[in-house]
Design a protein around this ligand. Structure first.
Ligand SMILES: [Zn+2]
Length: 447
């Protein structure tokens, strides 16, 4: 028996508004994308100070995707330096502003603007995307920030309502026991959350040392890069399907979603155009090769992004998905935060996640890099939240796991890195201010 086609396909077909009664085709999608690209360019070249400057002297007539390559990229730096200059509408038409702090200790935040129509696009995506993993009447616990109107949790709740389900906004998990009680009390059967936060629920043991059994249909993981070790543990713990979502604020929160084939994200192709480029040559890579994800918003009005470099690494997966959709598949994203130890060697949070979450007594951890006492020396501080008691064995396991990261092992051996370990027993998760993203804290050069 085949699996269900991604719920994104019928939605995208209806959004594109093709009159054919047959299935959606790549040509229909691409024709739609080219038309929307040209419309977006017309909008920004008439309304946005930033794009008027960026495109001065460039012929902005786009008749093919080849033509599109002549347009310069936009970058996160642009969103830090000139956010207001991007605007294509008056400030009165802005209904939501999102400020994103950068991961370093210095630097201006990114700022993004959305109109009500822009936010409606997100709700619509959540509505139709969630149909992949929920059924009407399901009760979904949203473990994402959602108190403020227009926040991710709030828009997801609205989308779920349209899908005939109930979204209960919980916010981030700070006390797993209380969250588990709420799940039971409210008959929750679907969870949406950040990987480590959901993991903290699966790893929670009650006073008798038992796991809490839950009746889950599915789990949706979002926000962070998702370590495979976490997905597998959640599937085991609750015998449910675990879906990954790919999104960033710049995309209007939603970008793509896995189908039941669990082989890459299907993309929101009516609203976003995706490219994969070689970050060095800045040319498109060959189909199937890895590179940097570049997005163009096709339907946004406040602050369209054209050829925006996300910094994320991925590739298009060639061939047909098991769900038989015509939508493209993007391979699961590698962690986007890169912290360089040398000119060319870098660490990402994913490196740590993959080795540390294999240890079943780890609830959460934090990685901080600071300057060492010697020149070119880095201190790596690992703060680990353990499920049980802090023992020598637990510490040894952590140290051994860290040495599985080749770059860390090599850097320790050649003296450019010293590692410090702080283990703490607890049942909670490490609470973080402001951002929900787990990333390496790079505090070098700040003293
Ligand atoms: Zn699929």
């Amino acid at each position: 028996m085949g699996i269900a086609t991604t719920s994104l396909e019928p939605w995208i077909k209806s959004k594109i508004g093709t009159d054919s009664s047959g299935g959606l085709t790549r040509k229909q999608i691409e024709d739609h994308q080219l038309t929307k690209i040209q419309e977006t360019i017309n909008l920004v070249t008439s309304q946005s100070r930033f794009y008027k400057r960026l495109y001065s002297g460039i012929d902005c007539k786009i008749a093919s995707f080849q033509d599109f390559l002549k347009l310069p990229f936009t970058t996160p730096e642009d969103l830090k330096n000139n956010p207001m200059d991007f605007l294509c509408v008056s400030q009165n038409d802005i209904s939501r502003i999102v400020t994103l702090q950068s991961s370093g200790t210095t630097g201006k935040p990114k700022r993004l603007f959305f109109t009500e129509a822009d936010q409606e696009l997100t709700i619509d995506f959540f509505h139709h995307g969630m149909l992949t993993l929920i059924r009407p009447k399901d009760r979904v616990l949203i473990m994402l920030p959602g108190e403020i109107p227009g926040s991710v949790g709030d828009l997801l709740r609205l989308g779920l309502e349209r899908a005939g389900a109930t979204g209960v906004v919980h916010g981030l998990v700070t006390d797993p026991e209380a969250t588990l009680e709420q799940i039971k009390r409210e008959n929750i059967n679907v969870l949406v959350g950040i990987p480590t936060q959901v993991l903290s629920l699966a790893r929670f043991k009650d006073s008798k040392g038992l796991s809490v059994s839950l009746n889950m249909r599915s789990v949706l993981l979002s926000t962070d890069y998702v370590p495979l070790a976490i997905v597998q543990e959640l599937e085991r713990a609750w015998s449910c399907k675990v879906f990954n979502h790919y999104g960033m604020t710049e995309m209007g929160l939603g970008g793509g979603l896995e189908c039941e084939g669990f082989c890459g994200y299907h993309l929101r192709e009516a609203d976003l155009y995706f490219e994969i480029i070689d970050p060095t040559s800045e040319r498109p890579v060959l189909e199937g090769q890895s590179g940097e994800v570049v997005i163009t918003t096709l339907t946004r009005s406040a602050m369209p992004l054209i050829r925006y470099r996300t910094g994320d690494r991925s590739r298009f997966i060639p061939g047909l998905c098991a769900c038989n959709t015509v939508l493209k598949r993007l391979d699961l994203i590698k962690s986007r935060d890169r912290v360089y130890l040398t000119q060319t060697d870098y660490l990402t949070m994913a490196d740590f996640d993959e080795v540390l979450f294999e240890l079943d007594d780890i609830l959460d951890f934090q990685v901080t890099l600071t300057d060492g006492m010697q020149e070119n020396e880095n201190y790596l501080q690992l703060d680990v939240q353990l499920k049980g008691h802090v023992t020598w064995e637990a510490k040894r396991n952590v140290i051994q796991a860290l040495d599985k990261i080749t770059l860390v092992k090599d850097a320790k051996q050649n003296g450019s890195l010293r590692a410090f370990f702080y283990l703490e027993a607890g049942s909670g998760v490490i609470s973080r201010k402001g951002t929900a993203k787990r990333q390496i804290q790079d505090k070098r050069g700040s003293a």
